[in-house]
Design a binder for this molecule. Structure first.
Ligand code: FUB
Length: 370
């Protein structure tokens, strides 16, 4: 069933369509969901928001990639574990990953079933948070944060011969990794970089000394904000080649953003993409709920703050990825509309992302009523 819908009704229409017209179909461990058609954007209009991509499970933190001409989305799989909401994020108690795929944005979405389960990760204790994936030389790599048995977030890696898994986890997390939200970027010369880090529940504030300290330590308001991290991946894609470095995010004045710059500074959810030869580092500002971005001339920075890509969405967290497919750019993100606003029960959506002629990005407001 197809319908031309105002953007904000599309999610609810999809749910209805799925229920009434059999929009969700299961084939073995895979489930397919039809996407509603949305009216094409005009130059003056914002692009339509499509999704939730799937409605029979909650999905969040979407890391999208194009592999073999198809779009694969590596999300968190949100569940309600009955844990009360706390600042340390314990209620985000996810235990596995499902991978979604589609031929094109707006096409049928396939849920490939469980790709990796917590019980099959020897070192992990709880909370499988935002993952990402990469491809090299015939192998697919799933990078994921989880708390180890000592309740410290680490970043693990698992491998598969298929982009949709199943993935087999390495016996130990990546040496030198910590905190959450890994994302891997492949540069044009074949180098791979991992960016990671997240404040509060993601524990980045416990690594300021270079070692894990249980107490939270934050810079004073007038000091540089906590930095996300970057490391080049070694040839084996399972270890870091060299030291973990700070990612510097500068203001337009060339000085590092400060801890008090809450509406601009890094909190979590890093992503890196390249556009017209420039490196775009984007991230969530956390407690101010923006997806912001900064541009640089090198994959390791420094990056200069530019503005907001995605304004706050329904729910507390904001998390995204950016890909190019068939000459168009897309922003994948999540919100809590399907769960009626529950912060830990989110759903992945997608919309087109547009650049201005000067390379800046047109901000997106997914809350705007059409
Ligand atoms: O999904 C758990 C956490 O919420 C992610 O790791 C953060 O980026 C935030 O979206």
């Amino acid at each position: 069933m197809t319908a031309h819908l105002p953007f904000k009704q599309a999610a609810f229409a999809l749910l209805l369509a799925s229920l009434l017209a059999g929009g969700c179909q299961s084939t073995g461990s895979e489930t397919q969901t039809k996407q509603p058609d949305a009216a094409p954007a005009t130059a003056a209009q914002p692009a339509p928001i499509l999704g939730p991509l799937v409605t029979d499970i909650y999905t969040a933190d979407p890391s999208a990639h194009v592999f073999n001409g198809k779009i694969y989305v590596y999300p968190s799989h949100d569940i309600d574990a009955g844990i009360p909401e706390k600042d340390d994020g314990s209620h985000f108690a996810m235990t596995d990953y499902h991978i979604l795929s589609m031929d094109s944005v707006g096409g049928k979405v396939t849920d490939h079933g469980v790709a990796l389960d917590l019980k099959d990760v020897p070192w992990a204790g709880r909370q499988m948070w935002a993952p990402d994936a990469a491809y090299k030389d015939g192998a697919y790599y799933l990078y994921f944060p989880a708390k180890d048995k000592q309740d410290v977030f680490r970043i693990g890696v698992a491998t598969s011969t298929s982009p949709s898994g199943p993935f087999k986890a390495e016996p130990a997390p990546i040496t030198g990794s910590n905190s959450i939200d890994p994302t891997v970027f492949k540069d044009d010369n074949g180098d791979y970089y991992m960016y990671f880090g997240g404040i509060w529940g993601g524990q980045l504030q416990r690594w300021s000394s270079g070692k894990y300290i249980q107490a939270d330590t934050y810079p004073a308001d007038d000091q540089p904000a906590l930095s996300p991290k970057v490391a080049r991946l070694a040839d084996d894609m399972k270890s870091f080649d060299g030291a973990v470095q700070d990612v510097q995010i500068l203001g337009k004045d060339g000085k590092p953003l400060l801890a008090k710059d809450n509406d601009k500074r890094f909190f979590e959810a890093a992503w890196l993409h390249k556009y017209n030869g420039k490196y775009y580092f984007s991230y969530s500002t956390g407690d101010t709920h923006n997806i912001a971005y900064a541009i640089g001339d090198s994959p390791v920075g420094p990056f200069t703050y530019q503005g907001v890509i995605l304004k706050p969405v329904l729910g507390w967290t904001n998390h995204h990825s950016i890909i190019e497919k068939d000459g168009k750019w897309y922003l994948f993100f999540h919100d809590s509309s399907l769960s009626g606003g529950k912060t830990h029960l989110r759903s992945v959506k997608v919309t087109e992302l547009k650049y201005n002629p000067d390379g800046t990005i047109r901000p997106i407001d997914a809350m705007v009523k059409s």
